[in-house]
Design a binder for this molecule. Structure first.
Ligand code: BJ8
Length: 426
């Protein structure tokens, strides 16, 4: 096969070609070391390996092609942005949160050093000219969740038009009214940028596509409850990360194909590792691609991650939009209610999240809970206190981790995690 040359496309997108080459080399090596070294992976993971290998190539080419047909690409940073409305007008929603320590020097020129790594990373990717997704986006949508993101969008807007959705901080009826108003305004923004009207018909279709993607991810999640577990936590996380970039129809089909294979494994009692190793639930800040640090340490220390209580995981896939609404207003209400259930730590109070963590720990037969927060992420770091109390009260071993995207503390965390796994083993 002819080697594919995407450089003209990257140049057209205004990427920093030299820096981008270096980035691809680093990511390619990390993927090989972390993912391709795993044993006994399901065959259907080959599709997801391919998607990763073409994340800056073929997928971007697809986005450019859909743009040529007049469809819009919308970049987002939060699972609170209603994807259904973007899909309704034939648009594509791509996640722009970034999980690598890249472009930090550039980011620190505009942000304080003690900013969460996720924010520094997306800012760094943009300022260093390394993210083809943000370059390809017709509009970037931010949101008023944590203070760091909220204020960073004001700066990002100087470099790329950023439309900000206001997310309430509480969940009273008054907050729901505010949120509904925001969803309606977002609908109008999407209509304006796409030049297309959102109708009951196209919104129904958008809801179906987004729900089917979530159903496939729910199916995958449920299969990870099996003993022994048929797929590694790293692979489970990867599929959830790819959900933010891939074509939703193709992705849904590929996740279901993976689940068919896992069904077979379960029937035959095949696990990805030997039985009896500690099953770990990871909870906390989202792990955006390519943030694999903690699951990698856990799974190379003799344990397996069975679920992620995170926006790259359960928190964004758990709830569906009711498909029973026939009117546009009814569908908007269904969207409003579905998103309003997301239990991000930016809300106060947020008891639902602690309840969900306990439920997940039980359902997935977790031997331990690791609470992960990105350093300087106030919402999750502070909320960890309440989570710790609840998890310990339930008699489940608990470990609190606060780290950034750097690799310097890998050894230190490996030692702490190994000691924790001794306790989880019971
Ligand atoms: S709904 S979790 S995707 S905001 S890690 S940037 S919170 S300081 S990402 Fe999130 Fe939406 Fe909530 Fe989910 Fe701020 Fe914390 Fe950084 Fe964070």
């Amino acid at each position: 096969m002819e080697p594919k040359d995407y450089r003209p496309m990257w140049k057209e997108l205004g990427l920093n070609l030299e820096g981008h080459d270096q980035l691809l080399a680093i990511l390619g090596k990390a993927y090989k070391d972390i993912y391709m070294s795993q044993e006994n992976r399901p065959k259907a993971m080959q599709y997801f390996d391919f998607v990763i290998s073409e994340a800056h190539g073929l997928r971007i080419k697809e986005l450019m092609e859909t743009k040529k047909k007049g469809n819009k690409v919308i970049g987002t940073f939060c699972v609170y942005v209603p994807e259904e409305m973007i899909l309704a007008v034939g648009g594509t929603c791509v996640g722009l949160c970034a999980g690598a320590e890249i472009g930090i020097d550039e980011a620190e020129k505009v942000l304080p050093r003690n900013t969460c790594a996720l924010i520094k990373s997306f800012m760094g990717f943009k300022l260093a000219g390394l993210c083809p997704y943000i370059q390809a986006s017709d509009l970037v949508v931010g949101e008023t969740t944590c203070d760091g993101k909220k204020k960073a969008y004001e700066i990002l807007n100087d470099y790329k038009e950023t439309y900000v959705v206001e997310i309430p901080q509480m969940k009273t009826q008054r907050d729901r009214t505010l949120w509904r108003g925001e969803v309606v305004q977002f609908k109008e923004k999407i209509e304006e940028i796409s030049g297309k009207k959102i109708t009951p018909e196209n919104l129904r279709a958008g809801i179906k596509i987004a729900n089917n993607k979530r159903r496939a991810l729910q199916r995958l999640s449920a299969l990870r409850k099996a003993v022994p577990v048929p797929i590694s936590g790293l692979d489970g996380l990867l599929v959830n990360q790819i959900a933010f970039y891939d074509d939703p129809l193709r992705f849904t089909k590929s996740v279901n194909a993976l689940c068919d294979e896992l069904d077979e494994r379960i029937k035959k009692g095949i696990g990805v590792t030997k039985n009896g190793i500690p099953r770990i639930l990871i909870s906390g800040s989202p792990m955006a691609l390519p943030n694999w640090k903690i699951p990698f340490i856990v799974e190379t220390s003799g344990a397996i991650v069975v679920a992620e209580e995170s926006c790259v995981g359960e928190r964004s896939t758990r709830d569906l939009v009711y498909e029973t609404g026939n009117t546009l207003d009814g569908m908007i209400d269904a969207i409003v209610d579905r998103y309003f259930k997301i239990d991000c730590a930016c809300f106060t109070p947020n008891v639902e999240r602690t309840d969900h963590i306990l439920d997940l720990a039980k359902e997935f037969k977790a031997d331990g809970v690791i609470h992960y927060s990105i350093q300087f992420c106030t919402p999750y770091t502070v909320e960890a206190y309440k989570v710790e109390k609840a998890v310990q009260k339930a008699g489940i071993p608990f470990l609190k981790i606060e780290t950034d995207y750097g690799m310097e503390d890998m050894g230190q965390w490996k030692t702490r995690i190994e000691a924790f796994l001794e306790i989880a083993r019971g």
